[in-house]
Design a protein around this ligand. Structure first.
Ligand SMILES: CC[C@@H](C(=O)O)C(=O)SCCNC(=O)CCNC(=O)[C@H](O)C(C)(C)COP(=O)(O)OP(=O)(O)OC[C@H]1O[C@@H](n2cnc3c(N)ncnc32)[C@H](O)[C@@H]1OP(=O)(O)O
Ligand SMILES: [Co+2]
Length: 134
């Protein structure tokens, strides 16, 4: 059911410093910072030949990455995003298998303008999983 790895997300305490690390130290191509108010994060995408890295910074008071950063003050890998052909069909299959879809269960528009959903990390080997409509 899952297809390409769309991105690996890293939550960071200082987004500008993280951009400098990827752009200047690692020599990667990075996007501009984009505010995602509906998701409570600022995002930067690092563009790699075979996938992307999403750098996540806190936006607002109820950011979903705030607790993660309290537990991991230096930052760390936050989620993996896999592409699926039909996100509602994928959700229904996962729910039937007993997996927990986070939030309302309805897909929301993500950083690439496509519907996304999140799956509880306790159901996927301790890893938060994002699904994105291909
Ligand atoms: C920009 C849009 C989009 C895109 O298109 O790319 C994005 O990527 S937005 C990214 C940010 N959005 C989200 O993360 C939304 C989904 N997340 C959530 O709903 C919550 O963050 C969460 C996953 C339910 C965690 O909630 P939280 O309140 O922070 O923690 P809990 O205390 O409830 O955690 C329970 C349990 O799970 C462990 N945990 C939490 N986060 C992670 C994680 N990222 N990876 C692995 N494990 C995680 C946490 O440690 C707790 O474990 P125990 O202590 O053992 O109970
Ligand atoms: Co993401």
């Amino acid at each position: 059911m899952i297809g390409r790895l769309n991105h690996v997300a890293i939550a960071v305490p200082d987004l500008e410093a993280a951009v400098a690390t990827y752009r200047d130290t690692l020599g990667a191509e990075v996007s501009a910072v984009v505010a995602q108010p509906e998701h409570g994060v600022n995002t930067v995408f690092v563009l790699l030949p075979n996938t992307k890295v999403e750098l996540l910074g806190v936006l607002g008071e109820n950011s979903p990455i705030a607790k993660f950063l309290e537990r991991n003050p230096d930052g760390g890998i936050h989620h993996l995003c896999y592409e699926v052909d039909d996100i509602r069909a994928a959700r229904d299959r996962l729910v039937a298998a007993g997996a927990r879809v986070l939030g309302s269960g309805e897909p929301r528009i993500g950083a690439h303008g496509k519907p996304v959903l999140f799956l509880h990390p306790k159901d996927f080997l301790g890893t938060l999983v994002e699904l994105e409509q291909a």
